[in-house]
Design a protein around this ligand. Sequence first.
Ligand SMILES: Cc1cc2nc3c(=O)[nH]c(=O)nc-3n(C[C@H](O)[C@H](O)[C@H](O)COP(=O)(O)OP(=O)(O)OC[C@H]3O[C@@H](n4cnc5c(N)ncnc54)[C@H](O)[C@@H]3O)c2cc1C
Length: 413
Amino acid sequence: MRIAIAGGGIGGLTLALALNRRDPGLDIDIFDSVPEFKPLGLGINLMPHAIRALDELGLRDQLAAVAVEAREFAFFTHHGQLVHREPCGLFAGYDYPHYSIHRGELHTILYRTVCERIGADHVHLNHRFTGLEQDDDQVRANFADDQGRAHETFTSDVLVGCDGINSGVRKTFYPDEGEPLFHGINMWRGVTRMKPFLTGASATRIGALFLSGKLAVYPIRNYTDGSGDQLVNWVAEAVTDEQSPCDWNARGNLDDFLPIFEDWTFDWLDCPKMLRGSDFVLSYPMVDRDPVDRWTFGRVTLLGDAAHPMYPRGGNGGAQAILDARALAQALDEGDDPRDALREYESVRLETVNRIVLTNRSAPPDKIIEVVEQRTSGERFDRIEDVISADEIKHIHEGYQRVAGFDKQSVAR
Ligand SMILES: Cc1cc2nc3c(=O)[nH]c(=O)nc-3n(C[C@H](O)[C@H](O)[C@H](O)COP(=O)(O)OP(=O)(O)OC[C@H]3O[C@@H](n4cnc5c(N)ncnc54)[C@H](O)[C@@H]3O)c2cc1C
């Protein structure tokens, strides 16, 4: 069987490796619009469900060598007061760790492994997907270079659209969908080299959007030069009418959001110092798309952000693409007719992931902080127990884990 993958991001490369693991005899070709892969992006969280899938591909040691193994989730109000902390990954009794990692390093590991196992000549860069035709027997995909010049048409048994939030493959089936949806929240992102804070491996969330803004902060690299420094990833969110371009590499301005966090100086973290210390700032709108009820059309299906772009909260953008890849490789391996296999993949994944898309809008993993800030009207509290009970915290936190599929039972399954 010959399989064409449009888009060599996290989902596309993981799919290639998952297919190759199940059947090394498959013909797999990956096409990406960029002329060169660069280690782009900033931090990504890979929870135990995603690590389990990457471990099956034999990548765990490589990931462990460059990632920070997170020890705990920690939630604070904008005063820096602790709302809740609890262990994660192996420290919480999972069979798999939780890694916080630079997306560029994750992508480099996947790309290097694809080149080793499948061959660099199967990765076609400067190939932008432009259109497709299919009949009962085959699918023909068209690609063009960055000047818009057409490459030869590529014929395969299956085409998988892994071409991200602005997917061209998705547009073929949803031509009137328009741009990703912006609901008035922007994200500014950066990385700062600094000394460790809290446990040195805390996935931390601070503040609530309805008050002013919020921060997600976690280390993604331990420097091995004896300095004891870490590379700390931060994402600042605030409400705004202005939409930045939907481009993961677009630059942003510190002055546009620093005033919100100017007095967030805690005894455990100096937020303004951390934000000022970043080499650069990227700006990206909080966008997603409304869930659709179909990803599979004959010999073509969608995967990752092309299928279900979601708010990049809770580490699920990358993780769900990885889980899609695992499920699709399994369905193709176990099915006879590829068209049935694509439908089977969709039936396993679609409903679950669409629920995460909606939950990330309404009840993200830091919902606990919002509840506390609302009950205290943003004032300091004396005892957290007087504001929210341990049971309620557990209910909110575990509820998100269940929807996102990284509660202990789901990972074990
Ligand atoms: C450069 C970049 C930086 C990112 N940085 C972050 C980050 O810091 N934090 C975060 O949470 N998420 C980030 N993301 C998004 C994150 O990688 C995805 O949300 C998630 O991993 C799902 O993966 P995916 O493979 O579906 O999409 P992506 O990882 O976005 O991969 C999509 C791939 O498709 C390619 N492509 C796009 N259009 C076409 C086309 N017409 N034809 C062929 N190829 C095409 C792109 O070049 C890209 O390689 C980034 C994505 C990119 C592309």
